[in-house]
Design a protein around this ligand. Structure first.
Ligand code: BGC
Length: 727
């Protein structure tokens, strides 16, 4: 009888019997308070830490469900074993692999970000996940960072604009996005302990904005803390980052989840804002023992501190409140949709994003597009022409239902041509975290490649990086800026026998290009997921006109990059500490302000057609702080093909009391135009966005005076500069 009473009470509370309006936050809070009253301390603590690799406990006696999480951010990861990192070997967990987030960022198209979020959210929901661990918005600070491919580039404005619709798309499915890794996890080397020191300005202007947008505009329901330390405190329990900035200043009402094994102290975890502790070993760190989940910092150790009176139980109630709030938004919201998997619609979304994210870097004498009808023999050379790129890379690895390789895509689209193929070089197979040396003979691979290069009308060299350890992979950084596995040498041999050579660069990072002047064309194609080969062929054949733009700068050499200009203490640090000496001058902000010519600039990317931007105007010349600046212009497609162009607006504070970058992106719009078509475009910039972070007042400050608005098609290609005044 008593049980029946509880079940009825709980049903009312969690909404299966609709007593209160489900979505009103007041009634939700009331329900949460009522539930918390029913829970024992042990039950509450159990909700605050892992019970397996990717889940945390519910309260079975009350029907409160477990929380299930899965890695993203490029697809829903295959099921992992309960207690260790092996695959659970299910047969129904193959997913659609979407393009890497660098590619999404390169689309500069927030609508595609929404489509991405919606589709991956549907897959997560179908797979019964409550939290999708992604997207990542750590800023691209060095091209060596092994995880840049999972992030959205070097610009805080771009990352902010792209992260918000992704979150909306995911969360419409009743699945929480979990934006990671909060914050300053900008390299993989020493990520588990390095202490990052940087100015408040750099923190607020460069590294925090995308997280802030995720919270305030995206209304994200969870955030993952980073492994590293900031000002001597681990990020997952950091008084300043979590309690002050995230939870108080930004009013984040969701759950802070640790990165796996990133908790280090019970008291700090309890008091400095951590809500759910997840782990790599079953002891919360890296090794395993019996009943180990009870040894997590937020399990028995915290229970003891509460029982001893060292910590008040209300601290746990606050965490459980957040967790239950997330659950009312996800697995306790019985109106959430059911999701879907591997639909044609999802493959189409993956392909569309891939097409729009590919960046054409060079195209001498219109090498691309290649005419599928008249081209006779194409030599496709390079390991990446056939290598699966959804495998490896660390936690973003995927078991995809299909992955069209570049070679397959080219073979299919250029069915009338003769396609020759040679691997050319070999990186060796990889197992998670290490590379197994290849037994293939480098000389014979090369001579095979040279042989087919001689026979072909053109060479498509499909190379770059891969998802091996020390490449684009979690756990450590790249060891060199150059292409690995002897690709530069191989290319110079190929170029001796066939100058009609183009590069299809598969990578999530900038690379050194010593052969740049000798190759005819370069397409930066990222990691594109299930539809990779199809999307590449769409661009190479001209079925789709490229419109991707670089979300980060390609430096000529590594030392030209800001983080690498200040020696070891700036990157990778001295093993204990690291100082972001370049301060706010990250990426193009550095190159422009210091006048260091990049190889390819932020925002750059070619098209098969031409555009003309004219008639740039602002609605006024003098603005007040609360105004919005309206910039209008005309854009015309003056070429013969339809295509898309990205109009970018950069701002410069002409005279300032502090150093300001020469250019800062403050607005952009992607426009689709048929051949000959013109459109009028309007881009709005709130005047308050021109402020800088004043570290004396610890607040944003707008200085009056003149500002330059620079309108262009890349950070280097400025077409019009207009001056305005702020009063
Ligand atoms: C990664 C996270 C990931 C987690 C779970 C960690 O090593 O840093 O991004 O979500 O593992 O796989």
């Amino acid at each position: 009888m008593k049980n029946l009473f509880f079940i009825i009470l709980l049903s009312i509370l969690i909404g299966t019997i609709p007593l209160f309006a489900q979505n009103s936050s007041e009634s939700m809070d009331q329900k949460i308070e009522e539930i918390i009253k029913q829970l024992s301390l042990k039950e509450k603590l159990d909700m605050c830490h892992a019970q397996s690799k990717f889940s945390s406990k519910g309260v079975p006696r009350l029907g409160i469900p477990e929380i299930w999480m899965s890695d993203g951010p490029h697809g829903v990861r295959a099921e992992i074993a309960w207690d260790d990192w092996s695959h659970a070997n299910w047969t129904n967990d193959s997913c659609t692999a979407f393009p890497a987030l660098t590619c999404l960022a390169a689309t500069f198209n927030p609508e595609l970000s929404y489509k991405y979020g919606k589709a991956i959210g549907e897959e997560a929901r179908y797979r019964k996940k409550d939290i999708l661990l992604g997207p990542g918005v750590n800023i691209y600070r060095t091209p060596l960072n092994g995880r840049n491919f999972e992030y959205m580039g070097e610009d805080p404005y771009l990352a902010s604009k792209m992260v918000v619709p992704y979150i909306h798309g995911v969360q419409e499915n009743g699945v929480a996005a979990c934006v990671k890794h909060y914050v300053l996890n900008n390299q993989e080397h020493w990520r588990d302990h390095i202490n990052v020191e940087l100015s408040d300005r750099a923190l607020y202007e460069i590294y925090l904005p995308a997280f802030k947008a995720a919270v305030q505009e995206g209304n994200v329901w969870s955030i993952m803390g980073a492994y590293n330390q900031y000002r001597g405190q681990y990020c997952c329990h950091n008084e300043l980052l979590v309690n002050k900035i995230l939870k108080r200043d930004w009013e984040f009402d969701g759950v802070l989840v640790t990165d796996w094994g990133a908790t280090h102290d019970t008291k700090q975890a309890a008091l400095y804002g951590l809500d759910i502790e997840m782990g790599t070993g079953t002891d919360g760190l890296t090794s395993s023992s019996k009943n180990a989940y009870d040894n997590y910092y937020l399990a028995n150790p915290l229970r003891k501190m509460i029982e001893n009176g060292e910590i008040d139980e209300s601290v746990v109630d606050e965490k459980v409140k957040r967790i239950l709030r997330l659950m009312f938004r996800t697995n306790m919201d019985n109106s959430r949709p059911f999701g879907s998997m591997n639909s044609q619609e999802h493959f189409d979304v993956a392909r569309e994003i891939a097409q729009e994210g590919i960046v054409l870097l060079k195209n001498e004498n219109n090498f691309f597009p290649i005419d599928p009808e008249t081209t006779k023999t194409i030599a496709v050379i390079g390991e990446n022409a056939t290598r699966m790129m959804t495998i490896g890379g660390g936690s973003s690895e995927l078991k995809t239902i299909h992955e069209i390789s570049p070679l397959e895509g080219i073979q299919k689209r250029f069915a009338n041509a003769k396609i020759l193929h040679a691997m050319g070089y070999s990186s060796g197979p990889s197992a998670y975290g290490r590379v197994i040396p290849s037994k293939l003979n480098a000389d014979s691979l090369q001579s095979e490649a040279i042989k087919i290069a001689k026979q072909a009308d053109m060479v498509l060299f499909v190379g770059g990086l891969n998802k091996n350890h020390h490449q684009d992979c979690e756990g450590d950084d790249r060891l060199q800026f150059s292409l690995p596995f002897g690709q530069d040498e191989l290319l110079s041999e190929i170029l001796k026998v066939n100058q009609n050579t183009a590069i299809v660069l598969v990578s999530g990072n900038a690379v050194k290009m010593p052969w740049i002047s000798k190759v005819k064309a370069i397409a930066q194609v990222w990691y594109l997921g299930s539809e990779a080969g199809n999307a590449i062929a769409d661009i190479l054949s001209g079925d789709v006109n490229p419109s991707g733009k670089l979300p980060f700068t390609f430096p000529v050499k590594l030392e030209d990059n800001a983080a690498h200009s200040f020696g070891e203490i700036s990157y990778p640090g001295d093993g204990v500490n690291q100082e972001y000496k370049e301060d706010i001058l990250v990426g193009y902000r550095w190159h422009d302000t210091k006048n260091i010519k990049p190889l390819f600039a932020f925002g750059y990317g070619l098209s098969y057609t031409d555009f003309e931007i004219t008639n740039v105007k602002t609605d006024k010349k003098i603005y007040q702080e609360e105004d919005v600046i309206s910039i209008t212009c005309e854009i015309k497609n003056t070429g013969n093909l339809s295509g898309k162009e990205l109009i970018q607006v950069y701002v410069n504070d002409v005279k300032s009391s502090v150093l300001r970058p020469l250019k800062e992106l403050k607005g952009f719009k992607k426009v689709s135009l048929n051949s000959g078509e013109s459109k009028s475009i309007q881009i709005d910039i709130p005047v308050k966005d021109l402020a800088f972070f004043d570290d004396k007042k610890m607040n944003w400050k707008l200085e009056t005076g003149q500002f330059k608005l620079m309108i262009g098609t890349s950070s280097k290609n400025i077409i019009n500069t207009t001056k305005i005044d702020v009063e």
